[in-house]
Design a binder for this molecule. Structure first.
Ligand code: ACO
Length: 330
């Protein structure tokens, strides 16, 4: 028995934050942002809309497209770095309650932008070891709540949104989640960090005044390691499975920066028409980025049953991962 990717869904908050809006908030320009990142717009959740709301809406779409009943879901995994609550309850438990599901395991994973691919790997392992049959894997973020809108180095990058998938099973390898590779290196933790709010630096008047509960990033250092790691990861997973770029129908990289994606794509000599790009309209939505990008192409009719997707991700931690996944949705 193999794990199988049965459906994709997403939710994008209505409100937009354009480069022109950001020009009024920090010392930046539309020209700089587009040239350095490719981003033109991001979507921002309402004040009363939290991560579990975005995730719940994306999940409803994924469940309906998979054609299963909510009661058939055996596990809920939510990847997020912007949970509704810092410690508990988990966002996955809140999503389960909103969906009206109980008495199943539900938990969050924290692997920054790589969270969705980490979640897929867990779902694959659960299914192939025959522990569970149907798993809801979600990547959901309200990054606007942990973004410092006085820091031009980060506030231009991030947006909100959610993507969700139902992972089930198949006995057909050509409809399966073929392979997933995930990894990390904690020595780079300081390059992308939210310094306060955890037990190391509990929130205090001082941490609030110094804006230490927001994401801090040494962008240029992250950029270089991201390009190197994303490229190597793809080469490794293709070689391990005796495949080449020509065997791939869609390359779906983490949507952090157009220049990173282009650099990786050029090194791998992938066809631009097969490379999914949504960073220009959603910005970087961390764990939600890959499922939102996937959903975008699904809704445009460009992701079809039997297509082989190559996923490639990189994020804080550092964490990274890649996946070879046949789409088995309708
Ligand atoms: N507008 C205008 N100027 C700016 C802005 C801005 N928004 N931001 C920075 N600058 C300035 C800097 O101050 C600097 O000026 P200086 O030379 O006078 O000091 C100059 O532009 C160059 O700054 P760099 O940081 O070197 O710019 P870079 O080309 O690296 O672009 C960016 C910055 C867009 C952040 C890029 O480094 C990047 O995308 N990094 C990777 C992000 C990423 O992939 N993160 C991982 C995933 S995220 C996650 O896990 C949550």
């Amino acid at each position: 028995m193999y794990a199988s990717f049965l459906s994709i869904g997403a939710y994008v908050p209505k409100k937009c934050l354009t480069n022109n809006d950001l020009e009024k908030m920090v010392d930046t320009s539309d020209e700089w942002i587009v040239q350095r990142t490719g981003i033109k717009n991001r979507h921002i959740a309402d004040d009363d809309e939290v991560t579990s709301d975005l995730a719940y809406k994306a999940s409803e779409v994924a469940i309906s497209r998979a054609g299963i009943k909510k009661e058939e879901i055996d596990v809920i995994i939510c990847a997020t770095i912007s949970p509704d609550y810092l410690c508990m309850p988990s966002t996955a438990c809140i999503i389960a309650d909103k969906l009206g599901i109980k008495n199943i395991p539900a938990f969050d994973i924290s692997a920054a932008c790589s969270g969705f691919v980490y979640g897929l790997n867990m779902a694959k392992a659960f299914i192939e070891s025959k522990i569970y049959k149907n798993i809801l894997v979600i990547g959901a973020e309200k990054l606007s709540a942990i973004t410092d809108y006085t820091d031009r180095g980060t506030c231009i990058l991030f947006g909100d949104g959610a993507g969700a998938a139902i992972i089930g099973s198949t006995d057909d390898k050509s409809k399966s989640i073929l392979d997933i590779h995930i990894s990390s290196d904690g020595k780079y933790g300081d390059l992308l960090i939210t310094p306060a709010g955890g037990v190391k630096n509990p929130s205090s008047l001082e941490t609030v005044e110094n804006r230490l509960s927001f994401m801090k990033m040494k962008g240029n250092d992250v950029f270089k390691i991201a390009v190197r790691t994303l490229t190597k990861d793809v080469k490794d997973i293709l070689a391990k499975n005796s495949l080449t770029g020509d065997d791939i129908d869609l390359f779906i990289p983490h949507q952090a920066n157009y220049r990173i994606i282009e650099s990786v794509r050029n090194k791998l000599k992938f066809d631009p028409n097969k490379t999914v790009l949504t960073v220009q309209k959603y910005g970087n939505t961390s764990a939600a980025s890959i499922p939102m990008a996937m959903n975008d192409w699904y809704e445009k009719g460009k992701l079809k049953n039997g297509n082989l997707m190559l996923l490639d991700t990189f994020g804080g931690g550092f964490t990274w991962g890649s996946g070879l996944v046949y789409f088995n949705g309708k």
